[in-house]
Design a protein around this ligand. Structure first.
Ligand code: SF4
Length: 479
């Protein structure tokens, strides 16, 4: 009989780094983990801010506890480092600072690899089902001997849940991260597993996140989830919150490609927090997988018209791209301006191929979002034709992907909004249109204050941006 994968669920009610370290050590012993060589810890710091985004990231106490345990259990250490690429083009060093990581790194004397500052190298993909033959990753990922994956347990509006497999999206820098981050997102997550497998996974499930991934509602789950195989860990994670693993498409793809199980019968669930008891506790855990047209209906001055999409595997919705980015952007605004849904000007958001008239209110403006969107009709008496410029993955060359530099994108988007300031509509191009771009477009057309210019962001974010640019240049020259 084949040996079962072991996954542990341990009780942990609070962010006490010593206690966390003890639990991680116990997990490493049970799972027979011996970190060695170049050890790289990959947390989830997609975004972090103590006031606005307090529950989106792997907490510093968790990182602290895992580093202590790793150092005690490791042998023949060549390096211990923490590496990550944050989301929505924000400099990773800015998010690390907001997350309180620098003090932890200093305490343990470990290095930070900000993946937006290091060299990106191509890796060949050989699997038959892969979207492309090469994928770019940061050099420290390519060079590591022992990857430790430290996701945050969160619901996700595009993929239902983000656990171990999905945390790999954060290994790519912006230029490459948005390639296939669209209707093919689930395929891309499965492709990334071919590059490297984590040798240990510890999921920060002490306070889990519900509904959104950037602005989740906290859920005190009081658990640490550990294992050696991403599929096995994610399968148990699904059952912890009443999700059928088959509904996590990237888990299904990864399992079908032989990366691990998605069936509880192939997993030994161990630890001091029985799965049944966790399930009792999480009966009210909220997941948000809702189409944007119904999500915003009647609750906002934003309304959405959703059409059809160009790929056979998902003709009725694009789960990995523009619609989810719109939801996240609106939640970011809500974090800064709680009444944004009522105070914003009326906007119709149009995505996909639309054959019907839009029937706009007199004071309603329009965002046509994404390269796949097409529509023809009359606005303000003028004939308007929006043409699709969507390209399938085989026509997108990942080596020629455009820069997604934060400042460049900000100015490009703001300039495009300025040029169209007297028009009732904007066509926001991209596949996807990123969360950051959504913030700019919505801000311009719906007259919402742009959060990028909020005093809490402006100065520290720009300082971090220029440090990032300087270090990136130095790494290119001397790295
Ligand atoms: S343009 Fe946007 S909605 Fe259309 S396929 Fe690309 S990511 Fe999806």
């Amino acid at each position: 009989m084949a040996t079962k994968h072991k996954v542990m669920i341990m009780r942990c009610e609070d962010y006490d780094s010593e206690k966390i370290s003890g639990i991680i050590k116990e997990g490493m012993e049970e799972l027979d983990i011996r970190p060695t060589g170049r050890i790289l810890l990959k947390p989830n710091v997609v975004i972090a801010h103590p006031e606005v985004f307090p529950h989106a990231f792997t907490r510093k106490e968790f990182l602290d506890g895992v580093i202590s345990a790793t150092k005690e259990k490791a042998e023949n250490i060549r390096e211990v480092a923490v590496g990550e690429r944050s989301g929505i083009t924000l400099p990773t060093r800015w998010n690390f600072k907001n997350a309180g990581y620098p003090e932890v790194l200093k305490k343990h004397r470990v290095k930070a690899y900000y993946f937006d500052e290091v060299k990106q190298v191509p890796m060949e993909l050989r699997g038959k089902s892969n979207l492309r033959k090469n994928i770019f990753i940061p050099e420290p990922i390519a060079q590591t001997d022992f990857l430790i994956n430290l996701p945050k347990f969160k619901a996700h509006p595009w993929c239902r849940l983000t656990l171990s497999l999905k945390n790999f999206i954060g290994i790519q820098d912006d230029r490459h991260r948005l390639v296939d981050h669209n209707i093919f997102l689930e395929h891309k997550i499965a492709d990334l597993q071919e590059i490297i497998q984590p040798k240990f996974i510890a999921v920060d499930s002490i306070i889990a996140g519900q509904k959104m991934m950037l602005t989740p509602t906290p859920f005190p789950m009081g658990a640490i989830l550990m294992g050696k195989n991403s599929c096995a860990v994610d399968t148990v994670g699904c059952h912890m919150v009443h999700v059928d693993p088959k509904d996590i498409i990237h888990l299904r793809y990864a399992s079908e490609r032989g990366f691990g199980p998605m069936n509880l019968e192939e997993i030994d669930v161990l630890g001091d927090f029985p799965l049944k008891e966790v399930q009792e506790k999480t009966r009210s855990f909220e997941i948000c997988m809702e189409h944007i047209d119904s999500y915003f209906a009647g609750k906002s001055n934003l309304s959405c018209t959703v059409g059809t999409f160009p790929e056979k595997h998902s003709p009725d919705y694009c789960w990995g791209g523009c619609p989810g980015a719109l939801q996240e952007a609106m939640h970011i605004f809500k974090g800064y301006y709680p009444n944004v849904n009522e105070e914003m000007k009326k906007v119709r958001y149009v995505v996909g191929k639309i054959a019907e008239p839009l029937e706009l209110d007199d004071d309603e403006k329009v965002i046509f979002a994404g390269n796949c969107t097409s529509w023809e009709g009359t606005i303000n008496g003028d004939h308007v034709k929006i043409k699709s410029s969507y390209k399938p993955p085989q026509e997108v060359d990942e080596r020629k992907s455009k820069s997604n530099d934060m400042l460049l994108k900000t100015w490009k988007t703001l300039w495009s909004c300025f040029k169209q300031k007297n028009s009732r509509y904007i066509h926001a191009k991209g596949c996807p249109v990123s969360v950051g771009d959504h913030v700019h477009y919505l801000s311009a057309i719906a007259k919402i204050k742009n959060v990028n210019f909020d005093p809490r962001m402006l100065l520290p974010l720009n300082v971090a941006y220029w440090k990032m640019r300087t270090n990136r240049a130095l790494n290119r020259l001397f790295g």
